[in-house]
Design a protein around this ligand. Structure first.
Ligand code: DQA
Length: 146
């Protein structure tokens, strides 16, 4: 069964409590439940991870992503400045879908630039939890072709 790696970056552990008018009222556990359920329907395995630490995310991706069918990542604020995460994603040489819950182009100017997006095959921004679901469907459909 192919595996898809899903990573959420800093402050996404606070989903549901953090600025609910922007990020919604559902929690990270709700997001993970939704992804597990959709993955079961699609017959793929998901490996779910959240960290507030850049180094932990990079360590996790280096260990977990090789051999997977692809990566779904919401790098949170790391999107806007982490060249280390960009290098990591680039080195994986896997299809990456970057997801943002909010539309980063419709908010503060500093959010509209994502340095990590350059390493992504595509970016889904502003569709809330549906963005992750669409990314999962896309990577499943790709089926490890890359
Ligand atoms: C976010 C957008 C980022 O600008 C922000 O720093 C986040 C969440 C989103 O999902 O909309 O932490 O990635």
């Amino acid at each position: 069964m192919s595996k898809i790696v899903v990573v959420n970056g800093p402050n996404l552990n606070l989903l549901g409590k953090r600025e609910p008018e922007i990020y919604g009222t559902r929690s990270l556990a709700d997001l993970n439940d939704m992804l597990r359920a959709r993955a079961a329907e699609l017959r793929v395995q998901v490996s779910l991870f959240q960290s507030n630490s850049e180094g932990e995310i990079i360590d996790f991706l280096q260990k977990e992503a090789p051999g997977s069918a692809g990566v779904i990542i919401n790098p949170g604020a790391f999107s806007h400045y982490s060249l280390a995460l960009y290098d990591c994603l680039q080195a994986l040489a896997l299809p990456v879908v970057e997801v943002h819950l909010s539309n980063i182009h419709a908010r503060e100017k500093f959010r509209s630039k994502s340095v990590t997006a350059r390493a992504a095959r595509g970016v889904i921004t502003g569709l809330g939890f549906d963005g992750y679901k669409l990314a999962l469907e896309y990577l499943t459909e790709q089926g490890g072709k890359h």
